[in-house]
Design a protein around this ligand. Structure first.
Ligand code: ATP
Ligand code: MG
Length: 299
C-alpha cells in the first residue's frame, strides 16, 4: 500500500522521457533505486515515491489526484486535457514549469510525391494521428475539415498502407519521416517535457518538499544552461571583452602575478560561448580562454 503522506511523482517508465526524468530527479539529490520491472520506487533519503508508468497515463494520474506531481510531454498533457474537455469534464492541474528536454513538434507530413499547396490541400483528406484533438483544434481554427484515422503507433506508415492520405505525428530530427517518404508540411504544436502538480489540498509538508524540489530543479536547469568562463585579458580592453559576453554577470577581476597590464576574469554566462565569440575575444587580446560546465547553482 502506498503511503499517502509521501510525495508521489509519476514519470515515464521507458521511452524518450525516462532517462532525462530519472537524471533530473537524481540531480536534485533524490536517491532512488529504480529496478527495471517495478512500478513503484521509493526514495531512500526523502519522503518521495516514484510511479513509473506509460507517458499517456501521467496527465490523468495528476488530474485525478492519484499522484502529486507528473513529468510529461506537453503534447500528451494537452491532448488529454482536450479529450476530457470534449467529454464535458473540466480537468484541473497546475503547470509548475517547462523542462529543458523532450523537445519535439507535432507536424503534418505528406507523401513526398503528392502535390501540397498549403493547408487548403488538406480539405477533406484523411489524416492518421495519435493526437486527434490537437489536430482538430489547429485545423478547425483554419476552417479545414478532415477525416481522422486514429493510430497509437506506426503513424508514419499509414499513407503507404493506404490507411490515410497524410499524417500528423511527432517529429524531432525528421529522419523517420524521410525514411518513410514523407515531407513535413506544417508544424501545429511545439512541445517540451513539463512538470505538473495536481490541484486541491496538499499538506504543508508536501508543499514545502515541492517548493524545495522546484528550487533544486531551477538550479539544475540553470546550471545546464550556464557556463563558467575564465580568461586573461588586457586591463584596457575589459569593457570590450565584457560587451562580447551577453548573459554574463559582472565578472570577478583578479590580478595576474608579475603582469600589471593584464587581469584574469571569471564569470558565469547564461549562454554558450561560440567559437566565433572566442575568436573575437582573441582579437581583443584575450588569452587562456576556458569554458567550463557548471554542475549546480543557487542564486
Ligand atoms: P509509452 O510507452 O510511455 O506510452 P511512447 O512510445 O508513447 O511511450 P515515446 O516515444 O517514449 O512515447 O515519447 C514520449 C514523449 O517524448 C513524447 O510524447 C514527446 O513528448 C517526447 N518526444 C521527444 N522527441 C520525440 C520524437 N522524436 N518522437 C516522439 N516523441 C518525442
Ligand atoms: Mg505513450
Amino acid at each position: 500500500m502506498l503511503d499517502k503522506s509521501r510525495l508521489r511523482i509519476a514519470m515515464q517508465k521507458s521511452g524518450r522521457l525516462s532517462d532525462e526524468s530519472k537524471k533530473l530527479l537524481a540531480q536534485c539529490g533524490i536517491k532512488i533505486n529504480l529496478q527495471e520491472q517495478r512500478l513503484v520506487a521509493f526514495a531512500e533519503n526523502m519522503p518521495i515515491d516514484i510511479l513509473r508508468v506509460r507517458d499517456d497515463d501521467i496527465p490523468g494520474l495528476v488530474i485525478d489526484g492519484v499522484v502529486d506531481i507528473g513529468i510529461v510531454g506537453e503534447n500528451v498533457l494537452e491532448e488529454e486535457v482536450l479529450d476530457r474537455q470534449a467529454e464535458g469534464q473540466n480537468p484541473q492541474y497546475k503547470k509548475l514549469r517547462r523542462l529543458d528536454f523532450g523537445g519535439c513538434r507535432l507536424s503534418i507530413a505528406a507523401p513526398r510525391d503528392e502535390k501540397y499547396e498549403g493547408l487548403q490541400s488538406l480539405e477533406g483528406k484523411r489524416i492518421a494521428t495519435t493526437y486527434p484533438h490537437l489536430l482538430r483544434r489547429y485545423l478547425s481554427e483554419k476552417n479545414i475539415s478532415f477525416k481522422t484515422c486514429l493510430l497509437n503507433g506506426s503513424v508514419e506508415v499509414a499513407p503507404r498502407a493506404g490507411l490515410s492520405d497524410v499524417i500528423c505525428d511527432l517529429v524531432s530530427s525528421g529522419a523517420t519521416l524521410e525514411a518513410n517518404g514523407l515531407v513535413e508540411v506544417q508544424t501545429i504544436y511545439q512541445s517540451k517535457a513539463c512538470l505538473i502538480q495536481r490541484e486541491g489540498d496538499i499538506s504543508a509538508e508536501k508543499q514545502a518538499l515541492i517548493d524545495k524540489l522546484m528550487t533544486r530543479i531551477q538550479g539544475v536547469v540553470q546550471a545546464r544552461e550556464s557556463k563558467y568562463i575564465m580568461l586573461h585579458a588586457p586591463s584596457a580592453a575589459l569593457e570590450d571583452v565584457i560587451a562580447l559576453l551577453p548573459g554574463a554577470e559582472r565578472p570577478t577581476i583578479l590580478p595576474l602575478a608579475g603582469d600589471q597590464s593584464r587581469v584574469a576574469m571569471h564569470m558565469v554566462s547564461s549562454e554558450t560561448l561560440f567559437w566565433e565569440t572566442m575568436e573575437q575575444l582573441k582579437v581583443l587580446g584575450a588569452s587562456s580562454i576556458l569554458v567550463l560546465p557548471i554542475e549546480k547553482m543557487m542564486e
